[in-house]
Every structure is written in C-alpha cells, then in structure tokens.
Design a binder for this molecule. Structure first.
Ligand SMILES: CC(=O)N[C@@H]([C@@H](O)[C@H](O)[C@H](O)CO)[C@@H](O)CC(=O)C(=O)O
Length: 305
C-alpha cells in the first residue's frame, strides 16, 4: 500500500516557508520543523507552498527546491506531503505538478488562478484538468479559497463530474465559509476522497458536515490542542470540543484583529523556537508590540491553564 492509497485525514499543517535574514529560502530549518510538528504538535501530514507558505511570492525554482526538501525530510516521518502547485500561469503549474511527481509528493493541490479569473466552473475545471495532466497519477486536490482568489464558483459545481476529467481526483481543501456548499461537497465526493476544511476558527462547525480533517496555518502551533478537539468530537464530547475551539478562537480573535501573515509566522517563531525568519514583501514584518501581545495571549491561554 502506498501513501496514495491512504485517505488524507485529521490535521494537516499548512507550513510557513522559512527564510534567512537575507530573505532567501532557508532549507536548513525544514528538518527540525518537521520534527517539531510531529513530536510537539502531533501533526502527521503537511501542505507545503500554500497560502501560509507564501507560494505566490516565490519563484518556480524556489518552489521546486522547497518541495524537494520538504518531501525528502518528511520521508519516514510524515504520513503525507501535499505540494501546492497552483500558479497564475498554467505552464508554471504544470511544471510544478510534473516536478512534484518526480520527487514523490503524496499529492498535489491547485488553487484557482486569481488574476485572469475563471468565471465558470467549466473554465476552472479545464484549468485544473490541464494541470493534473502533467502529473496524471498523483492524487489531486482542488484548493477552494474564494475570498482570497475572488473566484466565486461554488465548489460543488467544480466537483461535479471532476473524476472524468481528473481520474486522480482525491479531494478538496475547502477554505470558505459556505458550509452548505462544503456539506454538499462532502456528500458528493467518492468514499476514497477527503474533504478537508480550511478555516481553522470554524473547524468544529465543519465536522458534523463530514469533514475528514483540516488543513490550516494554526495547526503549526495549536496542533496538539486541536487534535484533542478532534478526539472530543469523535467521542461525542461536544462540551470539551467547544471549549477547545473557543480557546483557540480567543487567540485567533486577536490574531485576526491584527491579522497579516507576518503575525501568524511570528507567533510560530515564538512558540516553536524555530527560526523561520520574516515573511517576504509585500507582507511586512510584524511590529514587536503586536507579537508580544499575541505571545502573551498564547501563553495565558495554552501554557498557564
Ligand atoms: C487565509 C488563510 O491564510 N487561511 C489559512 C487558515 O489556516 C487561516 O490562517 C486560519 O483560519 C486563521 O484565519 C488556510 O486556509 C491557508 C492554507 O491552508 C494554506 O496555507 O494554503
């Protein structure tokens, strides 16, 4: 049995891209980062070069180098590495998809292009199909994120008939707040496919709709706690599950009030002790007073209780 036969479930950390002080990608942190996720957060799968990983600010060459390192260092440690290969250019996406296949990625994910936007589900499906044709046997995930891409096509319309176009279709990462659409996607997909929810602050609401797991940035530093939320939900202990969701949302409320990718990354730097560096422009570095407030909140909620 290969990892491709194993359904993607539970928590998947959307990883940050480590940068050096000079703003170059920093491969040396990736090994320790994977160990940290596994040992301290109980996270067994990763989603690399996504939104949290600032993929759209990386060159194709950087994305390849990073994907290679993540896959190599994750071998024998992580269950699955999903490489996001979506780009504005179909050619770039195909090149990354083909590369992901060569390096043995467990899956690829593709977000809708957001400059020239597909305006119909058919146009979007055609784009996704063309990307997957560059890596035909690699499990394929559609990455739905309408608020960020501005592509307001219902996910269930994208999924309709997708297996004919993409035989390797394996599921979707749904980073949208329309739970009706999400629920319909869950009921539509085949049993070997995964529906992964991507708005961390609403995870508990997505579980009764049938989410098989979740992909998100906060599982980098809250994985340990959110794993307990999943277990509580599975046991039917909604009181405990709600308690954990509210605790994590109390932190996220502050994060969202001040939100920018920079803060999220800074929080991960502080909590994990890893040196992931600053984000890349146009994302600005985190003002120190914000980061101090956030770290204080994190400790008061999660380490002092
Ligand atoms: C807009 C955004 O960054 N969304 C995050 C969430 O995990 C998000 O950070 C979290 O829900 C806090 O708002 C993920 O959906 C993104 C993600 O999984 C990725 O990095 O590809």
């Amino acid at each position: 049995m290969t990892s491709a036969d194993i359904k993607l479930k539970r928590l998947v950390a959307a990883t940050f891209t480590p940068f050096t002080a000079e703003g170059e990608i920093n491969l040396s942190v990736i090994g320790p980062y994977i160990d940290y996720l596994k040992e301290k957060q109980g996270v067994d799968s990763i989603f690399v070069n996504g939104t949290t990983g600032e993929s759209m600010s990386l060159s194709v060459a950087e994305r390849k180098t990073l994907a290679e390192e993540w896959c190599q260092k994750a071998k024998g440690k992580m269950d699955q590495v999903i490489v996001h290969v979506g780009c504005l250019s179909l050619k770039d996406s195909q090149e990354l998809a083909h590369h992901a296949k060569q390096i043995g990625a467990d899956g690829i994910a593709v977000i809708a292009p957001s400059f020239f936007k597909p305006t119909t589900s058919d146009a979007l499906k055609k784009f996704l199909g063309e990307v997957s044709s560059a890596a035909p046997n690699v499990p394929f995930y559609y990455y739905h994120m309408p608020a960020t891409t501005g592509v307001n096509v219902l996910a269930r319309d994208v999924l309709e008939g997708i297996e004919e176009l993409i035989p390797s279709f394996s599921g979707l990462k749904f980073s949208g707040s329309d739970l009706m659409d999400f629920g319909l996607c869950v009921s539509y997909i085949q049993s070997h496919c995964s529906a992964l929810y991507g708005i961390d602050e609403q995870l508990l609401a997505a579980l009764p709709f049938g989410a098989h797991g979740a992909v998100g940035s906060t599982y980098n530093y809250l994985g340990y706690h959110v794993n307990k939320l999943l277990t509580a939900f599975e046991k039917g202990d909604l009181f405990e599950a709600r308690k954990i969701q509210v605790l994590s949302n109390t932190l996220l409320l502050l994060l969202l009030l001040l939100f920018q990718t920079h803060l999220n990354k800074q929080l991960m730097n502080e909590v994990s002790g890893l040196c992931l560096g600053l984000p890349r422009l146009p994302v600005m570095p985190c003002p120190q007073d914000h980061s101090l407030r956030l770290v204080k909140k994190f400790h008061s909620l999660f380490t002092e209780s």
